[in-house]
Design a protein around this ligand. Structure first.
Ligand code: HEC
Ligand code: HEC
Length: 352
């Protein structure tokens, strides 16, 4: 009997091991693309999201081990409660307290972005982390060092095994795990989404008015459900491009000097400061900018040049308030508070 028990316990632990390699949730876990969104990019075709891969990616995203001195994680700059931006920092603030020159953008709905960064310099989400890790003012580490640290870690080899079938840790697996986590950061449950899905009762009269004004005055650039046309434009936030030439740095085309990606405005109430260098701290300041702060340069978008030759968008103070009330409906508390995306959850797998 004892022998049978012994054999049984061996096989059952072996089975457990196998279940871990092929996560049971594999078929039920994964990307759920919101019905009211347009088609996404097919970036995850060769990298299906599994629970084990997502959990590994989440641990990596929050692990300061990815930086040279083990102090800065992706999550240091991309904070969930701030829509995965860096609250209170106009430009990025990385290793050794060094400052970058651009504001940290939100990480959300990345499968619907044609490109990444303010200048669209990265085309595939798998390549974004390399930039952050090797950037001397962000994490200042090499990919090969990161992989060595992960290989020497007491827990990561087994987490890679769960996610990818063996303990091998290489750059492809590392980047794919991070992409699995980031791909899951889908924000599609704001009050605006509920309104779009047919529940008109979620909006007040002021929010409806704000939405209509937004359609007239803002949606030519902040277009569609994702509130961006994914193009590069200049909105007159600055006319001095010496420190940052924007899209030109990627395209090398002179007309692109000073153009930046039109950002999505989802969760915008959570993501101050605003603009590519964090120039504005409040939504009121943003609306005032469009009304009377637009600076002229040859890059300025023609949509911001009025028929009389002056610049900006006509807005009364009531219209500005209404638009701000609409922008507040873009906050998605389900996303901001989703425990699955949180730093608190990230390291629980080390204890499993
Ligand atoms: C020191 C702060 C900092 C750290 C650390 C950091 N980022 Fe970023 N992240 C930024 C900034 C700033 C940008 C915009 C860069 C640009 O436009 O040139 C950015 C851009 C991004 C984007 C593109 C967002 C968009 O809408 O274009 C993603 C995705 C991203 N980071 C993920 C990561 C991941 C994954 C890590 C960890 C490996 C990481 N970041 C670490 C500051 C940071
Ligand atoms: C001509 C195109 C265009 C129009 C029209 C436009 N925007 Fe923008 N918007 C942009 C661009 C481009 C940026 C990024 C500019 C930069 O940082 O250099 C931006 C940035 C923003 C940001 C900052 C978002 C962030 O994450 O930093 C907000 C908020 C915003 N716009 C709101 C509005 C509102 C509200 C309106 C209408 C009153 C409007 N925009 C009209 C192109 C436009």
């Amino acid at each position: 009997l004892l022998l049978t028990l012994f054999i049984f316990s061996c096989t059952s632990s072996q089975q457990k091991e196998e279940t871990a390699i092929q996560p049971v949730e594999e078929n039920t876990f994964g990307l759920v693309l919101p019905k009211h969104f347009p088609a996404s990019r097919d970036l995850m075709k060769n990298n299906p999201v599994t629970r084990a891969g997502f959990e590994l990616g989440r641990a990596l995203f929050y692990d300061p081990l990815l930086s040279r001195d083990n102090t800065i994680s992706c999550g240091s700059c991309h904070i969930q409660s701030s829509g995965f931006t860096h609250h209170g920092h106009d430009v990025s603030h990385g290793i050794d307290d060094q400052l970058g020159r651009r504001n940290t953008p939100a990480v959300q709905n990345i499968l619907w972005q044609d490109s990444y960064f303010w200048d669209g310099g990265v085309l595939h989400i798998d390549l974004v982390p390399i930039n952050a890790i090797t950037n001397p003012v962000e994490m200042d580490e090499s990919l090969s060092n990161v992989l060595d640290k992960l290989r020497a870690h007491p827990k990561y080899p087994s987490l890679f095994k769960k996610a990818f079938g063996s303990e091998q840790i290489n750059s492809t697996r590392f980047l794919q795990a991070l992409s699995q986590f980031m791909a899951m950061l889908i924000s599609a449950d704001s009050r605006y989404d509920k309104y779009l899905l047919g529940d008109k009762s979620v909006f007040s009269a002021q929010e409806v008015s704000g939405m209509q004004l937004f359609q007239q005055k803002c949606a030519s650039c902040h277009a569609g459900v994702l509130l961006t046309d994914n193009r590069f434009r200049n909105n007159g936030i600055t006319a001095d491009f010496t420190n940052d030439k924007g899209r030109f740095e990627v395209s090398q085309l002179t007309p692109d000097i000073g153009k930046f990606r039109v950002p999505s405005l989802r969760n915008v109430a959570h993501t101050p400061p605003y603009m590519h260098a964090g120039q504005l701290t409040t939504l009121t300041a943003v609306l005032d900018h469009y009304e009377k702060g637009v600076k002229y340069s040859t890059a300025l978008d023609s949509l911001l040049i009025k028929p009389d030759g002056s610049y900006g968008i006509d807005l009364t103070s009531d219209e500005k308030k209404d638009i701000i009330s609409f922008l507040n409906t873009l906050s998605d508390e389900t996303f901001i508070k989703n425990k699955d995306f949180s730093e608190d959850e990230a390291f629980k797998i080390f204890r499993k």
